[in-house]
Ligand binder design. Structure first.
Ligand code: PEP
Length: 234
């Protein structure tokens, strides 16, 4: 399974290194077989050598250039980063990223062979319109996205579940992941208010291949507990 932590704008460089060091120890001591990812803030990335895959939460589709505030391939290569999160709802809805830019990022980093955790998810007003409208909304976020890309990890994250403590019902998660499975043979993660106390249940659901966790992963012991849950699922 894929167990991923998105730090968003949390933890300093020092705290990030301490966190990843603890995580490495846990993975080593417990012979963990899961794929573990951590997405620190851009200022906390470093060249990490170990079992934890360190990725970035965002990158611009460029090698370098005049893109104030952004980072590109030159900055990622300096730290041997080969994983990028694309399409997170906070970038879509808080920072105003368009599907056009998101698709351009996907294509650019796909062509460089990066592992891409590609996020999709519907806001509450779309959810309230029913399943058909909701699936149409999600499908629109997949237009122009190569679903056969070998290094794709898809993350379904309902916007209304992110950081709210609310999650869809298990039945809904299964239903939506099963529909997504028709067009995606790659791992499909669930994200949105996953915590140490609900991870096991969510990870056990059909067609859930892992979780993408924000606030619930900021404490390394909680994150390790979720990895342990994944280890114990048959
Ligand atoms: C996320 O940011 O991808 C996320 C799922 O956040 P949270 O776990 O805090 O809901």
């Amino acid at each position: 399974m894929v167990i991923a932590a998105n730090f968003k704008t949390n933890l300093t460089r020092y705290q990030t290194r301490e966190y990843i060091a603890s995580l490495e120890k846990f993975i080593h001591d417990n012979s963990v077989r899961q794929e573990v990812f951590v997405f620190p803030t851009a200022t906390s990335i470093y060249a990490h050598d170990g079992n934890v895959n360190v990725g970035v939460q965002n990158a611009y589709p460029t090698k370098n250039g005049a893109f104030t505030g952004e980072i590109g391939v030159d900055q990622l290569e300096e730290f041997n980063i080969k994983t990028v999160l694309i399409g997170h709802s906070e970038r879509r809805h808080v920072l105003g990223e368009t599907q056009e830019l998101i698709t351009a990022k996907y294509e650019f980093y796909k062509n460089l062979g990066y592992t891409i955790v590609y996020c999709i998810g519907e806001p509450l007003n779309i959810r309230e319109k029913g399943m058909d409208e909701m699936m149409n909304y999600l499908r629109a976020q997949l237009i122009g996205i190569d679903m056969n890309y070998e290094n794709l990890i898809l993350a379904y994250e309902p916007v209304w579940a992110i950081g709210t403590g609310v999650t869809p019902t298990n039945d809904d998660i299964v239903k939506i992941h099963s529909i997504l499975r028709n067009s995606c043979k790659r791992p499909i993660l669930y994200g949105g208010s996953v915590k140490a106390d609900n991870a096991k249940e969510i990870l056990s659901l059909h067609n859930v291949d892992g979780v993408l966790v924000g606030s619930g992963a900021l404490n390394v012991n909680d994150f390790c507990s979720m990895i342990n849950d994944a280890e114990n699922i048959k």
